[in-house]
Write a new protein. Structure first.
Length: 192
């Protein structure tokens, strides 16, 4: 089950929000390799919930303009995520959205979503300013650089580690810093 410190606090906060009797949406943002997907997966074993992955909403090749890539937090299709997921959740009815497959460079499968009392959004850029007001609970997971590199190496291999170090981590860090992501969160958890 959940191995994160503060897990009791997370569960208590979710339980208190659910006790209010309304549908809630939480976001888990943070450093690559910090355990966002794992935390979302562990929570899905405890609660009947929907889990959405920001990795399914990275920009398609035709969207990667110079202007967009230079935009802080702009390498994720936050507009599509807002329109296809967050706006639809508010309607409390079934919907579907299409996932982006980075290895194929295109939109692929459709995911069908049924209304549930709890929705979890996990991934870097989930708290982009255009999205953050949709969330009832905001969690930030952080990790030190050495542990982060080790986890990414174990998970993805040497080649992908270099891509993370040279491309994606600098973009993430700029987003965290300039948009003050950890400061707007309800919980900040340091992972080890």
């Amino acid at each position: 089950m959940i191995q994160h410190q503060f897990c009791t606090d997370i569960l208590n906060r979710i339980d208190n929000l659910l006790a209010e009797g309304k549908e809630i949406t939480i976001a888990i943002d943070g450093n690559s390799g910090s355990g966002k997907s794992t935390l979302a997966h562990d929570l899905s074993k405890i609660y009947d919930c929907n889990v959405f992955h920001m990795d399914d909403f990275f920009l398609r090749p035709e969207q990667k303009t110079v202007k967009r890539i230079q935009e802080v937090g702009g390498n994720v299709d936050y507009e599509r995520f807002k329109h296809e997921v967050l706006d639809k959740l508010k309607k409390n009815q079934e919907f579907k959205y299409q996932i982006y497959d980075c290895s194929q460079g295109r939109l692929t499968d459709y995911i069908k979503v049924s209304p549930k009392g709890l929705n979890i959004v996990e991934g870097v850029y989930s708290m982009h300013p255009t999205l953050r007001h949709y969330y009832d609970l905001k969690i930030f997971l952080c990790i030190d650089a050495e542990t982060q590199s080790q986890r990414i190496l174990e998970r993805s291999g040497k080649y992908m580690l270099q891509r993370f170090l040279n491309e994606w981590i600098p973009l993430e860090n700029e987003y965290f810093s300039k948009m003050r992501i950890s400061e707007i969160c309800d919980l900040v958890i340091t992972c080890s």
